[in-house]
Design a protein. Sequence first.
Length: 175
Amino acid sequence: MSRPRPPAPAKLVVSLIMRERELLPQLAAALEGLFGPLETVSRWLAFDFTAYYEAEMGRPLVRRMLTFKTPVAQDRLADIKLATNDLEARHLTDGRRRVNIDPGLLVPARFVLASGKDFTHRIYLTQGIYADLTLIYTQGAFQRLPWTYPDYAGEALLGFLQQVRRRYQLEVHHD
């Protein structure tokens, strides 16, 4: 019989997709107010895998990945997504988003994004939020899944997440 026990906390990873790079300091400060001090801010990453956000935000779009020093409880993912949705809403212009904010949780075995959209591989959490198993870690690397977004399957993001995982293991798991 399995005996339930609390899981280890996760590393919070947040993706910001935007056209207006000058929004970053304001958004980073707001996110720090919600989730504590930043640990890592990636370089600007080109976002050219899909035109999904271009009609709303324009182009060219770029991405910045942020991580936070304080690990979070894994059962907070839905609350975190609702908070980032609220932050997106506070930056609307004429009803259009200026930023897309996607939070995810990284643990040694996987990377899970939060989503407000249902799909076959997503597990419902609460309050309209789903967990999207985006990447699994096996054979010494993050592995793409058939539904992994193309940008999360790219070498730049995989490399970033690999570094975050290594640092997280040293800090929390000592594995």
